[in-house]
Design a binder for this molecule. Structure first.
Ligand SMILES: [Zn+2]
Length: 176
């Protein structure tokens, strides 16, 4: 009776013993489908990053110049701090049990800071005002606290960042 139901991957008819809602003939095709979804998601994220870089080209160039101007000679990287309402959270972080993070430049980085040279654009979770601080260029990359007027920058773009230890909604409105 249940003729006419075909697997969306291989087009073979789905046998009547399967549920009416089945879209795949079996495990192999279901796996193929989820693999395809994963690839699509990767591609979407990659495009999203490219769009961000393209759209904010001018801002990024200005920011890079300002970064170079302000960085002390011993600096190798920088971090962007967001006031979350009760603490400052410093981007970027490398997720627990992961060796690398993805950069906006579509490379991988093992550092919990953005590099100055080559320039790595900041990648943050929220369009907001951030405190920029520098880290030393040599291991263990200590934070440079001694120089300083505080530098606040509004970063005009954001990318999805998973598993943040705070709620983005908790960030005070006036920082956005
Ligand atoms: Zn199939």
């Amino acid at each position: 009776m249940i003729q006419g139901f075909c697997c969306v991957i291989c087009q073979k008819p789905i046998l009547g013993t399967h549920r009416l809602s089945a879209r795949y003939c079996g495990r192999v095709c279901r796996n193929k489908a989820s693999e395809a979804r994963r690839k699509e998601e990767t591609l979407r994220q990659r495009n999203e990053r490219e769009v961000v870089l393209k759209r904010h080209e001018d801002w990024l160039r200005q920011f890079q110049l300002e970064l170079l101007r302000r960085a002390p000679p011993e600096a190798g990287g920088y971090q962007a701090g967001l006031w979350t309402g009760n603490m400052t959270y410093w981007f970027p972080t490398i997720p627990l049990r992961v060796a690398y993070r993805n950069t906006l430049n579509r490379t991988r980085s093992a550092y919990n800071f953005f590099t100055i040279d080559p320039f790595e654009p900041p990648s943050v979770a929220l369009v907001a005002s951030y405190t920029i601080r520098f880290v030393h260029k040599f291991y263990p990359y200590p934070i440079l606290l001694n120089n300083h007027e505080e530098w606040q920058v509004r970063i005009p773009f954001a990318v999805p960042i998973r598993k943040l230890p705070f709620s983005l909604r908790a960030v005070p409105r006036d920082l956005r």
